[in-house]
Write a protein that binds this ligand. Structure first.
Ligand SMILES: [Zn+2]
Length: 717
């Protein structure tokens, strides 16, 4: 799965097309369970070894006699932690006992030395692994000529893939488990505020080795993941082959849209279509519903060889040819029929579920994927996340914004209007004017690099800070749209990859470069200026994105142009609010479907489909139907992430909330520079503690709702 590099995702018009890396993010994706005493019995191959109990008792009295009664609790904890991960192949009783005698740090001085050296060594391994990965990807990531087939093999190679296995094998992981505490989310949340920074750093150090998942289980997950990814990646609809009731083709020849991203974005684009916008939007909604319900004819998927009326579901051989591509549909290429896709969508989702379940026995305190996502990756309990989403969905602001949209559209809402994008502010400058300004200023990547100190001082950093940051950022010309890559060790530098065309940078490229520069600045502070290496980074991706958006939001001022006025800012807020309202419902569907699968582990794809449809309808009826005046809509089930991303969707609404909280704090502080640094050096403590330190309040939707309320007054007084 995605370990070091987060996958490119674009949603709600926000650019998540970012590779942020370094162990800040690796940790996020790495599993981080804890194994308190009670859970140890469930650990396969762990504490049930017949000799284990006796060895532990013996070692405890022996080492307490040696180091003193004061070390008993720590020793006891360490023994239990090691025992819960020890397998037969790690050695018998004498190997275990020798290991503990040799590696238990029985006094404070030895423990300090061990802690220091582990920090140092882990920084070296993380940083250099990242460096190898970055160099191997150079040809595919940078604008550096053709990619040859072997380049892709280098790019796909992950030198750190077996690191955790190796560290269990050579027992380095066991040394950590013997000497440093595994913690539960509950402990981190309730006691974490009183912990010292060193205690936090120790907790994060131990978390690195809090799971020992057998290689075959990881392989099963990787296989399920790539199979689901492939299904999603090839799920295109050939739009010119969609016919309305009169046989008209509403979409241009050659247009091929990937579900759900392109389909959704086409709905958004059609709000400003010259003609047939509404008809096209309704047709896409119909296509989406057929995908969710799997009543879509199998033969139309990724196939320009047939025409299809999505309302009557009639399929015919294509009457026009708009592509040289031969069908990649999996259906037999005989006479086209409208035989439905055989619930493949839900079969793929079940595959990812069955693979995820294989980890459960190795994850005693987070024994489901649901728990691992919320308690370990997000570190916000699921119940609280659900409650935050409901707070948005049931906000009295929803009917107000819905009414405003109806007024702007001049018609009642239709279900696809969950993707309404007419709040997009229209800028003072056209895109072409902006392109010209940017191209003149930034003809090369080098020109941007030179300008970084000035850009940073404009954002409120002191001259000294701006120089320091600029010296820690290497600018490379990107092959794609751009990304940021952290250093992961203090002896290396962050990389800013930016797209510069033959005629210089364009506005879009500049906008992205400013966003990526925000990542680089966060990466630099949260690595180089942090007190403990294992605390480097931010709590999770939502935080790193929110900080980058702060930079991105000031891109016009950085070009020396007027900043967006109050009205544009209000429009943008309403756009974000409506996006959060939409994706919160989608996320609730994702969450409920995973619960259903865990409650029905033997379900067939058809049963999972029925359950998903019911869940999607229930959530629609509860939170959307009152405003859309239509019941039993299944659109909330269309997101592709639901099929291949292992309960990823809740990250998006949380991200919206965090972005507003951080933005609000920046405005309160009145300048970005010092405030940004203050926030970034908090490091990777749990989200609520980070946010309290940054803004005085835990993670929540209050800032988003408050800004929306203000925006409504600005737009519709
Ligand atoms: Zn980003």
């Amino acid at each position: 799965m995605r370990q070091t590099f987060l996958r490119t995702l674009s949603i709600l018009g926000l650019s998540f097309a970012i590779v942020t890396s370094g162990t800040g993010q690796t940790r996020l994706m790495a599993q981080s369970a804890s194994a308190p005493s009670g859970a140890a019995q469930q650990q396969p191959g762990g504490a049930q070894l017949p000799w284990m109990k006796e060895s532990m008792t013996k070692l405890e009295s022996e080492l307490v006699a040696k180091y003193g009664e004061g070390e008993r609790a720590r020793l006891n904890r360490g023994l239990k932690q090691v025992a819960s991960f020890w397998r037969t192949e790690d050695g018998g009783a004498s190997v275990f006992e020798d290991f503990v005698r040799t590696h238990f740090a029985g006094d404070a001085k030895t423990l300090d030395t061990m802690f220091e050296r582990f920090q140092y060594n882990l920084e070296q391994v993380d940083g250099h692994m990242l460096e190898i990965g970055r160099e191997f990807r150079q040809q595919s990531d940078l604008d550096a000529g053709p990619i040859l087939p072997f380049d892709e093999l280098f790019a796909g190679y992950d030198p750190s893939a077996h690191l955790t296995d190796d560290f269990f094998q050579n027992k380095i992981a066991f040394i950590v488990l013997l000497n440093f505490p595994l913690t539960t989310l509950q402990e981190r949340l309730t006691q974490g505020e009183k912990w010292s920074r060193r205690q936090w750093a120790e907790a994060r150090l131990a978390q690195r080795f809090s799971k020992r998942i057998p290689a075959e289980v990881n392989l099963a997950i990787a296989q399920a993941s790539s199979e689901a990814d492939r299904y999603i990646a090839e799920y295109n609809i050939w739009m010119h082959h969609l016919l309305d009731e009169k046989g008209n083709r509403l979409f241009p020849a050659g247009l091929r849209l990937l579900s759900h991203w392109n389909l959704r974005d086409q709905i958004k684009a059609d709000y400003s279509a010259d003609q047939n916008g509404l008809a096209k939007q309704r047709m896409i909604q119909q296509v989406m519903e057929r995908i969710v319900t799997q009543s879509i004819p199998e033969v139309v998927v990724n196939n320009p060889g047939v025409d299809w009326n999505p309302f009557t579901n009639e399929v015919k051989p294509a009457a026009v040819k708009d592509s040289d591509e031969t069908s990649r549909s999996s259906a037999p290429q005989k006479a086209p029929t409208n035989a439905p896709e055989p619930n493949t969508r839900y079969a793929k989702l079940l595959l990812t579920f069955q693979a995820s379940r294989k980890v459960d026995p190795y994850s005693p305190t987070a024994p489901t994927l649901i728990a691992r996502r919320f308690d370990e990756n997000r570190e916000i309990p699921e119940a609280r996340v659900k409650q935050m989403f409901e707070q948005v969905l049931t906000s009295p602001l929803v009917p107000e914004v819905a009414k405003l949209i109806e007024t702007r559209l001049g018609r009642p809402l239709e279900p696809f209007d969950i993707w309404y994008n007419g709040f997009r502010p229209r800028g003072t400058y056209t895109e072409a004017q902006l392109d010209e300004i940017v191209a003149k200023k930034y003809p090369t990547a080098e020109a941007y690099k030179k300008e970084i100190p000035n850009l940073l001082t404009q954002l409120g950093f002191t001259k000294e800070r701006a120089e320091y940051l600029a010296n820690n950022i290497i600018v490379d010309p990107a092959r794609g749209s751009g990304h940021a890559l952290g250093a992961s060790m203090r002896s290396a530098k962050a990389h800013l990859r930016t797209r510069v065309g033959k005629n210089g940078m364009d506005y879009k490229g500049f906008n992205i470069a400013v966003h990526e520069m925000g990542h680089n600045v966060e990466q630099t502070f949260s690595l180089n200026n942090i007190d403990y290496y294992t605390l480097q980074g931010v709590p999770n991706t939502a935080f790193t994105e929110a900080l980058a958006f702060v930079f991105q939001g000031h891109d016009l001022e950085l070009l020396g142009l007027a900043k967006p006025d109050a009205k544009s800012r209000a429009l943008k807020t309403l756009d974000d609010f409506w996006g959060a309202y939409e994706i919160a419902g989608v996320a609730l569907v994702d969450m409920a479907v995973w619960h259903w699968m865990y409650d029905h582990p033997a379900a067939t794809p058809a049963e999972l489909k029925d359950a998903t449809l019911q869940i999607a309808k229930d959530i629609w009826n509860k939170y959307y139907a009152p405003h859309f005046k239509k019941r039993d809509v299944v659109l909330l089930g269309i997101y592709s992430h639901m099929i291949d991303s292992f309960l990823y969707l809740p990250d998006y609404p949380i991200g919206h909330m965090i972005a507003f909280q951080i933005e609000e704090q920046m405005e309160k502080a009145g300048n970005i520079g010092p405030e940004f640094e203050r926030m970034a050096v908090t490091g990777s403590v749990v989200p609520d503690i980070w946010m309290k330190k940054a803004t005085g309040a835990p993670v929540g939707p209050e800032a988003l709702l408050a800004e929306t309320s203000k925006a409504l007054k600005e737009i519709a007084p």
